[in-house]
Design a protein around this ligand. Sequence first.
Ligand SMILES: O=C(O)C(=O)C[C@]1(C(=O)O)C=C[C@@H](O)C=C1
Length: 103
Amino acid sequence: MVGALLRDESPTTLSECRQAIDRVDAALATLLERRAALAGIVQRIKPVGGFAGRDLARERAVVARMAQRAPTLGETRLAPIMNAVIEAGLHLAEERGADRPPA
Ligand SMILES: O=C(O)C(=O)C[C@]1(C(=O)O)C=C[C@@H](O)C=C1
């Protein structure tokens, strides 16, 4: 899925650009859904899950590693994006009561 998105295409018209963006956004949505599911499992495994168990050092490491793959965006621009992604996952986990111990 992601591989196809990285092929060397050069859209020139507004319509072509938006179609290419829509394909990337579809992949992003799928990946974000998967990430949120995994982060929800993590919250149940951790001794203290949810916002109370937030690990800022881990979050910085996540951003630093992503910046190696997205050097144009870099850590400065990736940090607020990943903060929003992580907080969305934590809100979802808390809504689902993921801070309870596993059954
Ligand atoms: O790795 C963890 O400890 C998690 O809880 C997952 C996660 C994340 O979504 O990546 C969420 C909150 C933490 O602050 C750090 C990372």
